[in-house]
Design a protein around this ligand. Sequence first.
Ligand SMILES: Cc1cc2nc3c(=O)[nH]c(=O)nc-3n(C[C@H](O)[C@H](O)[C@H](O)COP(=O)(O)OP(=O)(O)OC[C@H]3O[C@@H](n4cnc5c(N)ncnc54)[C@H](O)[C@@H]3O)c2cc1C
Length: 286
Amino acid sequence: MRSIHYYQPDSIKEACDLLGTLGDTAGVLAGGTDVVVRLNKDKSPYQTLVNIKQLTELSYIRVQEDGIAIGALTKLKQIAEDKQIQTAFPAFSDAVHSIGTNQIRNLGTLGGNLCNASPCADSVCPLIVLGARFTLTDGSETREVAAEDFFTGPGKTVKRQNELLTQVFLPFAPEGTRQAFRKLGPRRAADIAIINMAAAIVADADGQIQDARIAFGSVAPTAIRARSTEQFLIGKRCGEIDLEAAGRSAAAEVRPITDVRASLEYRRKMADILSQELLESLTQTR
Ligand SMILES: Cc1cc2nc3c(=O)[nH]c(=O)nc-3n(C[C@H](O)[C@H](O)[C@H](O)COP(=O)(O)OP(=O)(O)OC[C@H]3O[C@@H](n4cnc5c(N)ncnc54)[C@H](O)[C@@H]3O)c2cc1C
């Protein structure tokens, strides 16, 4: 492991100024479960780390009138165990619970999972289908970005070098929303996903689907929406859906590659099977 420079700013503004001045060889250290692993393997792009762990004002879960706001530095464990998040956003809660092990969730933060921008990061698909909004700041100005627009490629986001992700806001879902998350990994626990997905479906009192949002991870350079499959579902009645056709539609929409964890063909097949299984669980009753 090579030596690196290290800063520990006392404020968000100081952290942003440091990141801007030092340039793109400087990176943030939050929980360190991605950054430090890469440093240990000599695969880190960073020569300097700006530790933000002491910025405790970025660690919170706040229930507001219209949704729940989560500070970027909030530990995954705290999120996974939060009862209000479990109740309002079970798809997101399940996804966070599936990340790594207890030890990883004890160290890792939500902001780190998102800014690392891995195509297989588990928190991403639920945040996309639930319409989450991210807040970024350069220490002076803040801006909001929809979860769906945040990621631009593997390891890449719209976040500027002098910005921190400070908050994730999840708006309460409309009445009648059914939501779920699924993940397929090489082993049962503590594994990076071969494929993951989340869906949120809004059905009226008769079980007719008014809106559908489906997202897949680990099957394209960023998480993607399955828009044709969403359109296939809208207007149909829960309990009367051709699940095999929905699965075929989803498999046709993903753009997987072959890598060390799975082949392209396997991922496509699993997109079909996982979609059928998840959509059945959401739509079997009216
Ligand atoms: C054994 C193991 C198992 C794992 N299993 C999973 C898994 O199942 N699913 C999964 O999705 N991930 C998994 N991971 C990856 C990792 O644990 C998560 O991505 C974690 O959430 C990263 O958070 P962190 O706080 O540790 O980020 P760090 O490592 O500190 O940072 C990650 C990246 O984000 C940037 N960053 C962090 N916070 C901010 C911020 N607030 N603003 C701007 N930039 C920021 C850093 O500069 C860095 O580039 C695993 C990792 C390990 C080692």
